[in-house]
Design a protein around this ligand. Structure first.
Ligand SMILES: [Zn+2]
Length: 66
């Protein structure tokens, strides 16, 4: 009855690899997104306006972005 004991370490290693790979890809994705965005900021309150919206006025203070 030692077959079950042999499977355990293998499974744990795969789980660790998955977590590591996931963390690396998440970090890379965040950096790429961040570099590609030219964020506009409100002159009034400094709130960032996401580049993929059509907002012309600040959500927070109503100031114009352009
Ligand atoms: Zn504002």
């Amino acid at each position: 009855m030692q077959e079950n004991d042999n499977e355990k370490p293998k499974k744990e290693k795969n789980l660790l690899d998955d977590i590591l790979a996931n963390a690396i890809s998440s970090t890379k994705k965040y950096e790429e997104t961040n570099a590609g965005l030219e964020t506009k900021k409100c002159k009034g309150c400094g709130a960032a306006r996401p580049d993929d919206t059509d907002l012309q006025y600040c959500d927070f203070c109503g100031g114009q972005f352009y």
